[in-house]
Design a protein around this ligand. Structure first.
Ligand code: GLP
Length: 244
């Protein structure tokens, strides 16, 4: 779906998420959301916060799993995805803190394999992801599933692509400060979500959006695996959709 601008598009996505939360609430169930960071979802979170404050949308039945976190990364660091999510969403809504799951960037090398398996298990134990929100990186990554990621991959440690580190450099005040690794949910983790919405804004995403939507399915563009999902929508603005 191509919108005139990302603001209108973000409001529509926030409405879909709010409807799902309310629908689950009505039947006394939790709503399990997979959440993304980056600039693309910021306006969606802002709208959800507005709905909480002005329309009484409650997050008391919401359980969240974030896609990824840099490694190593301290929670208190302003570049952490932990900080980002609290700043843009969790600090402003009534979600119980025990319902918030974000990969821990402080996990040690010895613990990380068990930690990733436990993250997967926790998603399953919660009934799986009802809704997964995604952005897309210029390398075709979703979460931090860089080129080479397998369609059956689960939560794991990955090495960040050089292009991804270049794109992150301004936020870290230089590429030398950008971590080389990250923990990310896998392609299979994302694909198991019942519903997926990928956001793409601006001309600089146009080429990778074209490759993802119209190109052959390939591990070289991990987002192409989304073509195999039966309930995925790409929500774009005219810039990001301009090459389609
Ligand atoms: C990071 C995140 C991705 C995100 C991507 C695009 O790499 N790990 O989840 O989709 O950035 O970011 P932006 O939305 O700022 O373009």
């Amino acid at each position: 779906v191509i919108f005139e601008d990302s603001n209108e598009a973000s409001i529509r996505v926030a409405e879909e998420i709010a409807d799902l939360i309310r629908k689950k609430q009505a039947v006394g169930k939790n709503c399990v959301l997979g959440l993304a960071t980056g600039s693309s979802p910021i306006r969606v979170y802002e709208e959800l916060v507005r709905m909480h404050k002005e329309e009484g949308l409650s997050f008391s039945n919401v359980v969240t799993f974030n896609l990824d976190e840099y490694l190593p990364m301290d929670k208190g660091n302003m570049q952490s995805y932990y900080y980002f999510m609290h700043e843009h969403l969790f600090n402003h809504v009534d979600i119980p803190s025990e319902n918030v799951n974000i990969p821990d960037g402080k996990i040690t090398q010895g613990e990380v394999v068990d930690y990733c398996l436990a993250y997967e298990k926790k998603i399953k134990d919660n009934g799986g992801l009802d809704f997964q929100l995604l952005g897309i990186g210029r390398t075709g990554h979703i979460g931090f599933n860089e080129p080479g990621s397998h369609r059956n991959s689960g939560t794991r440690v990955i090495t960040l692509d050089h292009i991804t580190r270049v794109d992150a450099a301004p936020a870290f005040l230089g590429i030398d400060n950008v971590p080389r690794k990250a923990i990310t949910m896998g392609i299979a983790t994302v694909r198991n979500a019942k519903r997926i919405v990928l956001l793409g804004w601006g001309h600089n995403k146009a080429e990778i959006i074209k490759d993802t939507v119209e190109g052959n399915i390939s591990s070289q563009v991990p987002a192409t695996y989304l073509q195999e999902h039966n309930n995925v929508t790409f929500v774009l603005d005219v810039g990001a959709g301009s090459e389609l």
